[in-house]
Write a protein that binds this ligand. Structure first.
Ligand SMILES: Cc1ncc(COP(=O)(O)O)c(C=O)c1O
Length: 332
């Protein structure tokens, strides 16, 4: 059920169809979703039965976790789609290598997209520009400090512009997050996701933080029951589970290092870029195709970005590392 015009990771059905290998044989490394899922408890009958009521529990848990008021939304993708029509047509800066939904959605709403390799400086900004930063970036792993982004936000504010920061992959590095620094009147928006770090992509939950006027407009677009009751109930508990957060951060960072070491042994990449949830490799285009195809033939599904000569590997679940190593070792 993917209605977007763009290709995304997690499309295992496409892999099954193209390579004729049964679904259960695949090792899916095509997303940046944690291999460790927050331990979902049994859901009481009443939670399934009753309509979600705004009791504030999810908002309170989010305020505690992010350090700023947060509007719950059905996944950060929802905000990526809803934000562009809220702005009059203008120039929008997007990193050249970026989660492609941004370019697609802002162009659909009639905005002029321009690309940056390094963040635009004050002289490059025009009146009412929007700058979008994925921090850390998917797929490049570039990570900007709050200081750098607050400076950029100040420059944008002088031009009546806006800063939008997508922190879908931020949870393992919370000190780099902008969320504790937000003021409700500032022209800054931050998107967060419950899908990646918590491994709960299926429940479709995310948050928008920052400017209160935009949060209000998004709230009106949400309508009464956009977040299901089980999702809100689980989300609140996951956000409050501080011991699990600490444990999760450590093991993800450890696993990302392990993945980096493993890939370095076999793949002659020009460079590897690492976050806590994926490792990506820059290679000549023919090598990208070779590794993607050869791994797929061994039922290892990764993400390729041919335009950027890049392959991205998510973290394997604990008992499937051998499968990845076995596949790599027959090729490297
Ligand atoms: C950078 C980035 N932001 C947002 C999303 C959307 O995530 P979700 O809607 O599951 O919160 C994705 C999905 O892959 C992503 O890569």
């Amino acid at each position: 059920m993917n209605c977007s015009a763009l290709q995304h990771g997690g499309n295992l059905n496409a892999a099954v169809k193209s390579y004729g290998i049964p679904r259960s044989s695949w090792l899916d490394l095509s997303t940046g979703i944690s291999p460790y899922v927050w331990p979902v408890p049994p859901i009481p009958q009443e939670i399934w039965q009753r309509l979600p009521e705004a009791d504030g529990e999810l908002e309170q848990a989010a305020l505690h976790y992010y350090g700023s008021p947060a509007l719950p939304i059905p996944g950060s993708q929802w905000a990526i789609q809803q934000l562009p029509p809220l702005f009059t047509p203008r120039r929008v800066w997007i990193a050249r290598e970026s989660y492609e939904e941004y370019r697609h959605r802002w162009q659909l709403s009639g905005h002029q997209v321009c690309y940056y390799d390094t963040l635009p400086d004050s002289e490059s900004l025009r009146q009412s520009d929007v700058v979008i930063v994925i921090n850390p970036s998917n797929p490049t792993a570039t990570l900007y400090s709050p200081k750098t982004l607050l400076c950029l936000a100040q420059a944008l504010e002088c031009h009546q512009g806006w800063l939008i920061v997508d922190e879908a992959f931020m949870d393992a590095t919370p000190t780099c997050s902008l969320t504790p620094h937000l003021q409700p009147s500032q022209p800054i928006l931050v998107l967060r996701s419950i899908g990646k770090f918590f491994g709960l992509a299926g429940i479709r939950l995310g948050f928008v933080l920052g400017n209160i006027n935009i949060r209000q407009q998004l709230l009106e677009r949400l309508g009464p029951w956009a977040i299901s009751h089980p999702t809100a109930w689980l989300g609140a508990q996951a956000l409050r589970d501080c011991l699990w957060h600490q444990h999760q951060r450590l093991r993800l960072i450890k696993d990302a290092e392990r993945l980096h070491n493993l890939l370095t042994r076999y793949i002659p990449a020009e460079r590897f870029d690492i976050t806590s949830l994926f490792v990506s490799a820059i290679l000549p285009l023919d090598q990208c195709q070779f590794w993607f195809e050869s791994l797929a033939r061994q039922a290892v599904w990764i993400r390729r970005f041919p335009n950027w000569h890049r392959l991205r590997f998510g973290l394997p679940i604990p008992n499937r590392w051998e499968k990845l190593e076995a596949a790599l070792s027959t090729l490297g």
